[in-house]
Design a binder for this molecule. Structure first.
Ligand code: JFQ
Length: 284
């Protein structure tokens, strides 16, 4: 049981013996979908919090760090991102960030669990506003199957997955990454949720190995997310053409004014890893 004496603790076999706890003011929603347990809490300090199968997906306090970087790192690395695919991220936060790019023409959005979208639309309008854009087409279904039917279709693919236990598991396999590569246009870029260099080194190495084996350019970015395990999370990236470490396009001032985390300097800095993580990448 993750809720005790008014505190939620994130307990998970992927980070044994460690738990982040947040004081809860109110449970706003609790229900079981076809795929997972969905809970929405009002926390004392971090605003609303979305939890799937006991794992924190986001809090209003720090969601911007993850959503901005998941979207803007690949989009600013690409010289002309027009067709985008997002897999996962039913809260809509990554979509909200992609929508800020005026040159984007079409966004396919594939989420396995429509209940996550419905709960987010009801309780997290600041994130789920991402679904309002007319360029977005929502596909309810499994990401692996969706991608298998696509060839030469996307400039950027973003995989905003949950952890590799539960419905997100298939999104951490090599066969899925092969499908992503095949679905990309010749100069396409992928960005996938890359777990933590502190807490999940085996997964970080696995993802780096997979992307390195498939893409001529591979990189791993580290970002701060105080409410994710270990306080940071990675974005694993692969490119069929464009450089990743420096943006192909510099952000305009009006767009910069809308953001809280991403800057051109942060784009470059995110790929500069501490020594132990550099070594991990070398081993991969
Ligand atoms: C937010 N749009 C999706 N992604 C959340 N341990 C994951 C949540 C669980 C974390 C890893 C990221």
């Amino acid at each position: 049981m993750n809720l005790k004496n008014g505190w939620f603790s994130e307990i998970c076999p992927m980070w044994p013996g460690v738990a982040l706890s947040l004081e809860i003011k109110e449970t706003l929603y609790s229900g079981k979908s076809k795929f997972q347990q969905i809970d929405l809490y009002q926390t004392r300090h971090h605003g609303k919090m979305l939890v799937l199968d006991g794992i924190i997906q986001l809090t209003e306090f720090d969601e911007f760090t993850y959503q901005e970087m998941m979207a803007h790192l690949p989009l600013f690395s690409h010289p002309e991102p027009k067709n985008i695919l997002v897999i996962g991220g039913g809260d809509g936060g990554v979509l909200r960030e992609i929508n800020r790019h005026t040159q984007v023409e079409k966004i396919d959005f594939c989420e396995i669990d429509e209940a996550v979208i419905a709960v987010s639309k009801k309780f997290l309008p600041g994130l789920a506003c991402g679904f309002d854009d007319p360029r977005v087409t929502v596909h309810i279904g499994e990401g692996n199957g969706f991608v298998k039917n696509k060839t030469n279709a996307y400039d950027v693919i973003i995989v905003d997955s949950s952890d590799p236990i539960g419905p997100g598991e298939a999104l951490f396999q090599k066969s899925f990454y092969k499908g992503l590569k095949n679905a990309l246009k010749p100069c396409g870029i992928i960005a996938t949720q890359g777990e933590s260099i502190f807490m999940h080194q085996e997964w970080v190495v696995t993802l780096a190995r997979i992307t390195r084996g498939l893409f001529p350019i591979q990189a791993y970015a580290n970002i701060c997310v105080p409410t994710y395990p270990g306080g940071s999370i990675g974005i694993c990236m692969g490119s069929l053409g464009p450089e990743l470490l420096t943006p192909a396009r510099i952000i305009s001032q009006p767009l910069q004014d809308q953001l809280k985390y991403y800057t051109t300097q942060i784009h470059k800095a995110a790929f500069v890893l501490p020594h132990f993580a550099q070594k991990l990448m070398k081993e991969a």
